[in-house]
Design a protein around this ligand. Structure first.
Ligand code: FAD
Length: 459
């Protein structure tokens, strides 16, 4: 089957759908080809016992994520605050503390150490350009070391090192030794600094979407109607001056422009003819995805709240290093959501489901006591096993990538435009960044396809 449109979009995640919606509004004929049998990509709802939706993919939005918030409002969706009242639990080293507010109880020396390193990190985040991090002052120095090397130099106490490892895994879903210090600085800057990224009130975890975040994608797909075609993995993209020729199974779509709205490692699996320029290919060879298994453990009620606990817990030695209360807004059933991140996800994914479940529940018992041992449901998703994600929360770069090939991340190549949260300049890796990238490519294409305005002169 052959089809012809103005713009073909590969991928019906937030980035692809936002781009499609903008382009339709500016009068373009659009077709979105989505590999899966559903829209939303890294956003996916599952069901709690009783039928309420619960996210197994991306879920939180925060007040400085203006594009995500605007999209949610525009689609007629609502948010509700993440439950965070009560004492949080922090296990750093051999000590366990329960605390309210932002800062866990650690010894004063470690506290000063953490505060000083955070100050330096936030300063770096502000200094490194969000659009061209490779041009930052000392970009070559930052990009020639891992974030771990940078952290080891910036901290002096074991607790501070443990704290930043935990935070890195929670934010980047990989270890600090895997990632360039320049990438870490860029990413933290793009999210408004460390507090903004790890915080609940005022931070990236402040709110949840009523109906689950996949509702954002579903609402856009409904608007787009039969312009979104599911079960259509794109395998080949031919491109040239005349436009593009995109193949999915027996379908060939011809268009003037294409938007590739898939994570970088998956873009690298599409065959482009002619082959892409070397810089672009070298870049996507070097942008692996982080790794996470996200687990919602369901209880008949949120029993921890009655004990004055918020449900928020962190540990530098448990595999389930980060936990939040994920109970629906009406308070039932009780849900704790936890994450196996980075190396903990490597190990966890090699266990079979029953053993992984035992390990996860034991960690919850460690945090919240014996009542955590009797859940009524256990809902997990291992994102590295997903053929069309191959990891999450997003991609990152190892040392030597941004300074050598970062310039090839965003610019269009002929009729090919690159979207996806990894290409964002604010909140890269988040729903907000995906929305930014969708708006950007729609603008690029709008400009490229706009008829050249007549000057009124006749030749
Ligand atoms: C467990 C988890 C927790 C997260 N937590 C949060 C959070 O709390 N807050 C937040 O803001 N973000 C969070 N994120 C990240 C957020 O989900 C992503 O940043 C965002 O959804 C990315 O959108 P995207 O459109 O750029 O990419 P994707 O959602 O990955 O969309 C890409 C689409 O392309 C499709 N595709 C891939 N290859 C092909 C192909 N060859 N042909 C056709 N289609 C193809 C895929 O199926 C997918 O639908 C989380 C993600 C995960 C997985």
């Amino acid at each position: 089957m052959d089809k012809s449109v103005d713009v073909v979009i590969v991928g019906a995640g937030i980035a692809g759908l936002v781009a499609a919606r903008d382009l339709v509004r500016t009068g373009h004929e659009v077709l979105v080809l989505e590999a899966r049998d559903r829209v939303g990509g890294r956003l996916l709802n599952a069901e709690l016992p009783g039928g309420a939706p619960i996210e197994v993919g991306g879920q939180w939005v925060g007040p400085t994520q203006h594009l995500a918030m605007a999209l949610i409002r525009e689609l007629g969706l609502e948010t509700h605050p993440t439950h965070s009242a009560g004492r949080h639990i922090a296990e750093l080293g051999s000590s366990r503390s329960e605390y309210t507010g932002r800062i866990p109880k650690v010894n004063p020396l470690a506290l000063i150490d953490i505060a000083q390193a955070q100050l330096r990190l936030d300063r770096l985040g502000r200094q490194v350009s969000r659009t061209e991090p490779w041009r930052a002052d000392r970009a070559d120095v930052l990009d020639s070391q891992t974030f771990d090397t940078w952290l080891r130099r910036a901290t002096h106490t074991p607790q501070a090192r443990a704290f930043f490892r935990l935070v890195t895994e929670a934010v980047f879903s990989t270890g600090p030794e895997d990632m360039s210090a320049l990438w870490a600085s860029f990413y933290l800057g793009a999210g408004g600094g460390l507090d903004s990224m790890i915080g609940v009130k005022g931070g990236a975890q402040q709110d949840r979407v009523v109906g689950g975040t996949q509702a954002i994608a579903l609402a856009m797909a409904e608007e787009l109607g039969d312009r979104v075609v599911l079960d259509s993995p794109v395998t080949e993209v031919g491109w040239g001056d005349a436009g593009v020729r995109v193949r999915s199974g027996g379908t060939v779509v011809r268009a003037r422009r294409a938007v590739i709205a898939v994570p970088p490692p998956l873009a690298a699996r599409i065959r482009f003819t002619p082959g892409l320029p070397g810089d672009r290919d070298q870049l996507v060879q070097r942008m692996p995805m982080g790794r996470v298994i996200k687990i919602n453990v369901v209880y008949d009620e949120p029993f921890w709240r009655a004990e004055g606990l918020s449900g928020q817990a962190n540990s530098d030695h448990r595999p389930l290093g980060t936990v939040f209360d994920n109970t629906p807004p009406d308070g039932s059933p009780g849900v704790l959501v936890g994450f196996l991140e980075g190396r903990h996800a490597d190990v966890g994914s090699r266990l079979d489901l029953a053993d992984r479940r035992v390990q996860v529940i034991e960690d919850l018992v460690g945090y919240f006591g014996p009542r955590a041992r009797t859940p009524i449901d256990y809902i997990e998703k291992d994102w590295a096993e997903e053929e069309y994600s191959r990891g999450c929360y997003g991609a990152f770069t190892a040392p030597g990538t941004l300074t050598r090939f970062g310039h090839a991340l965003r610019p269009a190549i002929g009729p090919l435009h690159w979207a996806g949260t990894e290409t964002a300049t604010r909140w890269a890796g988040y729903i907000d960044g995906a929305a930014e990238s969708g708006h950007r490519v729609a603008q690029e294409i709008g400009l490229a396809l706009a008829p050249i305005a007549s000057t009124g002169d006749s030749a």
